[in-house]
Ligand binder design. Structure first.
Ligand SMILES: [Mg+2]
Length: 454
């Protein structure tokens, strides 16, 4: 997996060494020697990953990181800080500045490449979602609700067979408001993954094969919803690297520093929630373009597209297409008596009854307000009238129960049917015919179906 990497270091020898390592693995590399240049480059060139030295004259790495992470144009770019292994304070300051990861100097190749690949996997998902969502949303801008979701405490599963460790970890996570539970058995069945944000998996000193468990977790259907962070002894670094390769997102070395643990859990949770939000925006974007938000039926736009399609097919096949335009009788009175929210509940319940009383090939739509429309492909007017009659009966035969208001509301509906046979015709004409029939039904006393001769 290739990527564009920006290396920020004040010492030329360090920059050259890193460039050589990265280019040997076909990464494309840009070098800068100070913070100002790094910010400028990151904004203009949008590298995939930034490797950032901490100790630099002028603006240090923490400040550079803080600025990158507070700028909408650059905050999605993962930042890996280059620190001394022993310097736990640097790591904490880095995490607080928003760093995504750390590498200890001197930098070992396998650790470097394993982490870069883990970050690239994350980037790939995020980029894909960002580009799919880009047309409808400003991807880097979060609503208050989304921001609240990102910052919500996380739900963590700790898998460590060392009781003392596990208890300490659970305590440290709960102390800052997370929900954490310990689980010891290597048999993954019986575990509940719903709502889980993160699995903290110990690799060292375990009686089960923790790597195998890591791989198994990644194959679960729910696994796209949680991240895996592994802990391991520095002596078992090969296990940690292997875990990153098979899908873990981060390694924390033992002995665990609880502040580092808390900070990394926070980073991983935020990243995971960010992906969740992007994914939800994409799904919702697709749905919103087709579906009416309140009832889940097709919206007006999709109704027109589908109707046009069936009219074209009718012109080709000679088979009729019918529509039934429904309008709830005296809907305003329901709103006036019980309020708009209750009115919305009636619309939802109405839509549900509509949906369950049509044939599989019929298409239920809500063009707007208290109007509904069923497209009935390959159906003549007399059969369409039978279908509409079934719906009218389903609506009027028993009242709608509104639990929250503790009331029952009786509802009736009127409908007008129009049909289109074979020859070319205008969509607007067909809709107009149905409206005229509906008007007739209202005139003739409501709670009835009328149709226009084709
Ligand atoms: Mg330096």
């Amino acid at each position: 997996m290739s990527a564009r990497i920006l290396v920020v270091d004040d010492i030329e020898a360090n920059r050259r060494l890193m460039q050589a390592k990265l280019e040997a693995r076909y990464y494309s590399v840009a070098l800068v020697s100070n913070g100002e240049a790094a910010l400028k480059h990151a904004t203009a060139e949008q590298p995939d990953i930034i490797l950032l030295d901490i100790m630099m004259p002028g603006m240090d790495g923490f400040e550079v990181c803080r600025r990158l992470k507070s700028n909408l144009a650059t905050r999605h770019i993962p930042v890996v800080m280059l620190t001394a292994l022993t310097d736990i304070d640097d790591r904490l300051r880095g995490l607080e500045a928003g760093a995504d990861d750390f590498l200890s100097k001197p930098i070992e190749d396998f650790a470097l490449f394993a982490r870069l690949e883990a970050l690239m996997r994350y980037n790939l998902v995020a980029d894909e979602l960002r580009s799919r969502g880009a047309s409808t949303n400003r991807p880097e801008h979060f609503s208050d609700f989304e921001q609240e979701v990102i910052n919500r405490p996380s739900n963590i599963l700790v898998i460590d067979q060392d009781d003392q460790n596990a208890t300490r970890i659970v305590g440290a996570l709960e102390a800052i408001g997370h929900t954490a539970q310990n689980w010891k058995d290597a048999n993954a069945s019986g575990l509940k993954f719903k709502g889980l944000d993160l699995v903290l998996l110990a690799l060292s000193g375990q009686k089960h094969d923790a790597l195998k468990l890591c791989a198994h977790l990644r194959t679960l259907r729910e696994s796209k919803d949680f991240s895996i962070v592994v802990t391991c002894d520095p002596e078992d670094q090969h296990l940690g690297v292997e875990a990153l390769r098979i899908g873990a997102y981060d390694i924390i070395y033992t002995p665990l520093d609880m502040l580092e643990l808390q900070a990394r859990v926070r980073t991983q949770t935020r990243r995971k929630r960010y992906i969740d939000i992007l994914r939800r925006r994409v799904d919702r974007g697709l749905e919103l373009s087709l579906v009416d938000h309140l009832t889940g039926l097709y919206n007006r736009r999709h109704m027109l597209e589908r109707l046009q399609l069936w009219m074209r097919r009718s012109a080709n096949s000679g088979k009729p297409v019918s529509i039934a335009a429904f309008d709830i009788d005296h809907f305003k009175a329901i709103n006036d008596a019980h309020g708009h929210e209750a009115g919305d509940q009636v619309l939802k319940a109405f839509a549900e009854r509509l949906r369950t009383n049509i044939r599989p090939k019929d298409i239920a739509c809500r063009p707007g307000g208290e109007e509904f429309l069923i497209i009935m492909p390959e159906t003549a007017a007399d059969m369409a009238a039978v279908g509409a009659e079934r719906i009218r009966h389903a609506i009027g035969s028993r009242p709608f129960r509104l639990e929250r208001w503790d009331v029952e509301v009786s509802v009736t509906v009127s409908a007008g049917i129009a049909s289109h046979y074979g020859e070319d015709g205008l969509l607007a004409d067909l809709l107009h015919q149905a409206d005229l029939a509906l008007y007739l039904a209202k005139q003739n006393g409501r709670n009835r179906i009328e149709r226009r001769a084709a």
